[in-house]
Design a protein around this ligand. Structure first.
Ligand code: PEP
Ligand code: MG
Length: 567
C-alpha cells in the first residue's frame, strides 16, 4: 500500500503514530419540524430550557475544573467564556421570546443562536473562531434538551488518532494524552481554542486539512506530523520508525551546548504560572516569554499589583527549584490587535494589528496598568527567587517608545524608593516584531540588555499577511527570505550593540530549524514547553561552523521554495 499525505496546518509541533478513529458527533441541530404553536405549553418548555441551562452550567464548571487541573488555568478560561455566553442577555432573551410564542425549547435555542453566530462568522481571524464557541454552547444545550448521547472522548483505546470535522474546546479537553496519539481535523486554525488545548496537552495535531480527510477510514494506520502539518495514511515502515524515534526525545535537564561548545539557552513560553512546573520538568532552562496578558483576560477587572506580584514571584520560585539562576523574561501587557480585553474598553479598530496594541497602549491610555505591572515586577526582582527576572516590552516600533518606557521604569523605581519598598531594576529587553524594529535593533541594543525576536508578528508584518488568516498561510512561513534576512539583520545589530538576542516566536520551537537558528547567531530560543527536549537534542547535534555556513547559503536564496529545498 502506498503512503497517502494529507496536508494541513501543524498545531502541535510533535509527531504521533496510531490508528484512525473518527469522532462524528450526532448533528443535534437536525430537529424535526416544530409542532403547531398552540400545541406546546410555553411554561413547560420554559422549565425544560431552564433545566438544560442549569445542567449545561454544571457540566461547564466541571469541565473547567478538569481542564484547570490537567491543562492549566489559561486553557480553562475558555469555559468561563462559555459560561458567560450561556447567560448572554441577547441570546437568553431571544430564547425566551420564542418560548413565549409557543416554540418548543430546542427550536427556540437553535433560532436564538443563529444571529450571534452569523455575527461572529462575518468577522476575521480569532473573532470568527468565537462562532465555534457559540456553536459549542448551542449544541450542548440541544444535546441536553433532546437527550442525545455524548461520545466519551475520555475513554478511547490506546494509540488512537482522533479524526473529526472540528473539535470543540470541550471535546478537546476530554482527550487523554496517554491514550490519544494524535488529532487531525477538517476545519479550524492554529489559534482555535481546540488547537491551543491540544498543544498544551502535548497531543500532536494537524488542523484545517479540508474535506480530503474523509478519505481516511476508521482503523487506518496514521502518522500525525504536527511539525510539518501533515497526516500520513498507511505510512511505510521507515516513515513509522522515523516518527516513533522523534516521539521519544528524552528530557535533558541541564543547559546544553552545540557539539563544539557554543552555549544556547533553551527556555519556555508561558501563559500562566501553572505552566511553570510542567515547563521546568520538560528541561526548560528558564522562561523566555511569559505572556502576562493571560492574567488580565477573561475577568471583570485588571489584577492589582499584589496579585501580579504573587503570580510573577511564583513563576520565579518554581523555576528556582529546578535550575540555578534561571532567567525569567516577563513581557509587559500585550493587548489590542487580536487580544481584546472587555473591561479595557479599547476602541474598535478596522485593522487592530496596525492599531493601538502592545507598548502603544501601555504608554498611552493604559499607563496606569503599565505602572502597576512594573511596580510588581521591580519588587519581585528584589527577591532571592526573582534575581533572574527580566522585563521585556512588546511591539516596540520606535526609539521614542523605548525611551518613554525606560523613563516609566525609572520613575516607578523612584516611587518605590520613596515608599521605602525593596525593588531592583532587572535586565530589560525589547521584542523585535515589527519591520521598523529590525532597522532600529542597533539603537535598541544600545539602550537595553537584550532583544527577543517574535517571529509570529514579525512574519505577519514583514510579509503583510494577517497572522490568523488561514487563507494567508502561504505567506506566514518564517522561512520566507525577507523574514530570514530581517532576523539576520537583527542578530547582527543586537550583538554589535552589546545585547544578547533570543527568539520567542513559534519558529524557535522547531527542531528542524535549530541548526539554521544557531547559524544565524541566536543566543537563546524560547518555545512551547513540549518542544524543549527536541530542540535541546538538536542543539547538541549542531556544529557552529557548519550551522553558520548553512545560514549563509540560506540567506543567499531569494525564494521560499529555494530555502525549503536547501534545508
Ligand atoms: C510573536 O509575535 O512572535 C510573539 C512571541 O508574541 P505573541 O505570539 O504573543 O504575539
Ligand atoms: Mg507578538
Amino acid at each position: 500500500m502506498t503512503e497517502r499525505r494529507f496536508e494541513g496546518v501543524g498545531a502541535t509541533p510533535t509527531l504521533g503514530v496510531g490508528t484512525a478513529r473518527w469522532f462524528r458527533p450526532v448533528d443535534v441541530t437536525d430537529l424535526d419540524e416544530p409542532p403547531a404553536p398552540k400545541s406546546v405549553d410555553p411554561a413547560a418548555e420554559r422549565e425544560r430550557f431552564e433545566t438544560a441551562q442549569a445542567e449545561a452550567k454544571t457540566e461547564l464548571e466541571t469541565e473547567r475544573e478538569h481542564t484547570r487541573e490537567r491543562v492549566g488555568d489559561n486553557e480553562a478560561k475558555v469555559f468561563d467564556a462559555h459560561l458567560q455566553f450561556l447567560q448572554d442577555p441577547q441570546i437568553v432573551s431571544g430564547v425566551q421570546e420564542a418560548l413565549d410564542a409557543g416554540v418548543p425549547a430546542p427550536h427556540a435555542v437553535k433560532t436564538a443562536f443563529e444571529g450571534p453566530i452569523a455575527q461572529f462568522e462575518g468577522m476575521d481571524g480569532m473573532m470568527a473562531e468565537r462562532a465555534d464557541d457559540l456553536r459549542d454552547i448551542r449544541d450542548r444545550l440541544l444535546r441536553l434538551l433532546t437527550d442525545a448521547t455524548r461520545t466519551d472522548l475520555g475513554a478511547l483505546p490506546d494509540d488512537s488518532v482522533v479524526l473529526a470535522e472540528l473539535l470543540t474546546p470541550s471535546d478537546t479537553a476530554q482527550l487523554d494524552p496517554e491514550a490519544v496519539a494524535g488529532l487531525a481535523t477538517t476545519k479550524g486554525g492554529r489559534t482555535a481554542h481546540a488547537a491551543i488545548i491540544a498543544r498544551s496537552l502535548g497531543i500532536p495535531a494537524v488542523v484545517g486539512i479540508g474535506e480530503q480527510l474523509d478519505e481516511i477510514d476508521d482503523g487506518t494506520d496514521l502518522v500525525v506530523d504536527g511539525k510539518d502539518g501533515v497526516v500520513i495514511a498507511d505510512p511505510t515502515e521507515s516513515t513509522r520508525t522515523r516518527a516513533k524515534e522523534s516521539t521519544q526525545t528524552a528530557v535533558i535537564d541541564e543547559a546544553v551546548t552545540t557539539g563544539d561548545g557554543t552555549e544556547i539557552e533553551v527556555a519556555a513560553n508561558l501563559g500562566t504560572p501553572a505552566e511553570a512546573a510542567p515547563a521546568a520538568e520538560q528541561g526548560a532552562d528558564g522562561v523566555g516569554l511569559f505572556r502576562t496578558e493571560f492574567l488580565f483576560q477573561d475577568r471583570q477587572s485588571a489584577p492589582d499589583e499584589t496579585e501580579q506580584y504573587k503570580a510573577y514571584l511564583s513563576v520565579c520560585e518554581t523555576f528556582s527549584e529546578h535550575a540555578d539562576d534561571p532567567r525569567i523574561v516577563v513581557r509587559t501587557l500585550d493587548v489590542g490587535g487580536d487580544k481584546p480585553i472587555d473591561y479595557l474598553d479599547l476602541d474598535p479598530e478596522e485593522n487592530g494589528f496596525l492599531g493601538a496594541r502592545g507598548i502603544r497602549l501601555s504608554l498611552d491610555e493604559h499607563a496606569d496598568l503599565f505602572e502597576s505591572q512594573l511596580r510588581a515586577l521591580l519588587r519581585v526582582a528584589a527577591t532571592d527567587a526573582g534575581s533572574g527576572l527580566s522585563i521585556m516590552f512588546p511591539l516596540v516600533s520606535t526609539v521614542e517608545e523605548l525611551e518613554a518606557a525606560l523613563e516609566v521604569v525609572d520613575s516607578v523605581a523612584d516611587d518605590l524608593d520613596g515608599e521605602g519598598l525593596d525593588y531592583a531594576i532587572p535586565e530589560l529587553g525589547v521584542m523585535i516584531e515589527t519591520p521598523s524594529s529590525t532597522y532600529l535593533a542597533d539603537a535598541f541594543a544600545e539602550r537595553v540588555d537584550f532583544l527577543s525576536i517574535g517571529t509570529n508578528d514579525l512574519t505577519q508584518y514583514i510579509q503583510s499577511a494577517q497572522r490568523d488568516l488561514d487563507r494567508m498561510s502561504d505567506y506566514q512561513d518564517p522561512l520566507a527570505p525577507a523574514v530570514l534576512r530581517a532576523i539576520d539583520r537583527t542578530v547582527r545589530a543586537g550583538h554589535e550593540g552589546g545585547a544578547w538576542v533570543g527568539m520567542c516566536g513559534e519558529m524557535a520551537g522547531d527542531p528542524e530549524l535549530t541548526q539554521l537558528l544557531v547559524g544565524l547567531g541566536l543566543d537563546e530560543l524560547s518555545m512551547s514547553a513540549v518542544t524543549v527536549p527536541g530542540v535541546k537534542a538538536a542543539i547538541r547535534e549542531t556544529e557552529t561552523e557548519r550551522a553558520e555556513a548553512l545560514a549563509e547559503s540560506v540567506l543567499a536564496v531569494d525564494t521560499l521554495t529555494g530555502v525549503q529545498e536547501l534545508l
